[in-house]
Structure formats: structure tokens, C-alpha cells
Ligand binder design. Sequence first.
Ligand code: HEM
Length: 177
Amino acid sequence: MGYNPLSLLLHWFTVLWVVVMWVAGVLISRWDDAPDAVYDLHVTVGVLGLAFIVYRIVRRILRGFAEANPGHAGWERWLARAVQWVFLAALSVSIITGVIKTFLGTSTQYFLWGAEVPKIGRVRLGEAGEWIETLHEIAAYTLFFALILHVGGALKHVVFDRDGTLMRILKPSSPGK
Ligand code: HEM
């Protein structure tokens, strides 16, 4: 059993969202004079995509993952599943900390179209704010390393094993997870 059409859609939407968030986030952290548009892109795409990503995380936890291919080695099945859980955890942490920074912190954030992001409360987070910032960055880099393992594993099955593993996330299954 593989994944159903909605799962495939949510998977590829997440890939797109994470790539935009990651590239914009790294530019923010590494480029002292990053243009406002980079900050605004990060916050706008983050806020607009948030509901879908949260839905996707909760849905996957409730439905579980599709069963691993019994033809794969034990260590491969274990590593692939561990990476999937790391994704869900790192996505959750980046969203929770991102939302706190955006809606509760003292900094002012803007949408790409120039409107100010409304605040739930301008809370001075103090030392907690630094922790939140650090956690946000750790989650971002965790996502990156998990992505390397995940894509590396998928490529291994395409190039070396040629066992159709990639089709599980390209072709919908019915019924599917
Ligand atoms: C895959 C998800 C995400 C990744 C990879 C990511 C990555 C990053 C990175 C690397 C930074 C720079 C940290 C630094 O200052 O050194 C950052 C900053 C920030 N992120 Fe995210 N982030 C993600 C999700 C979110 C979400 C969902 C939101 C809000 C809805 C958000 C809001 C922010 C804000 C407000 C900043 C600070 C911008 C500033 O300095 O004004 N992030 N993010």
C-alpha cells in the first residue's frame, strides 16, 4: 500500500514550502543587508502555508505511514522511518517557534504586499526569545540534514536498486495512506 492522492499533494506542497522557507531563512541569517522582501517572503509564505502543513502533520500522525517495502533491508526501513519522524518533529518546532516570533515577539513583520502582520500580543520574550530563535535555527538545519538523507535514499532506490520505490510518492494508491 502506498499513499492516496491527497497525501501526494500534501507531500509535494510541503517540499515546495520548505524549499522557499529554507532558502529565505538562510538568506535572512547569513546576509546582513538582506532586502526586506526576503523577510517578507519568509513570513508571508510561512503564514499562508501554515494551516496546510499543520493539517499534514496531524493527518500523518493519525493515519500513520504507508507500510515499508519488506524487500528493503532492515536498516533502510528503520532509517527511512526515523527520517520521516524527524521531518514531522522539525516541521512542528519550526512552525511553533516561527509563529511565536511572528505573532508574539516585539519585532514588526510585514506581508509581501506591505501590510503589517497583526500581533496577538507584543510580548517581550527576553531570554526565552533567544531560545526560541535558537530552536528555530536548529529545526531549520535538522530539516536540511533530514532532507539530504531522504532524497539520498530515494536516489539510491532509483539509481542502484531500481525497485520502483520513488513511484510510491509519484503515483497515487487506492486505498492508500
Ligand atoms: C520549514 C520551515 C522554516 C524554516 C526552514 C525556517 C528557517 C528560518 C531561518 C534559518 C531563519 C533565520 C534565523 C536567524 O535569524 O538567524 C528564520 C527566521 C524567521 N522565521 Fe523562519 N523558518 C521556517 C518556518 C517559519 C514559520 C512557519 C514562520 C512564521 C509563520 C517563520 C517566521 C520567522 C521569523 C519571523 C523569522 C525572523 C525574521 C527576522 O529576523 O525578522 N519561520 N527562519
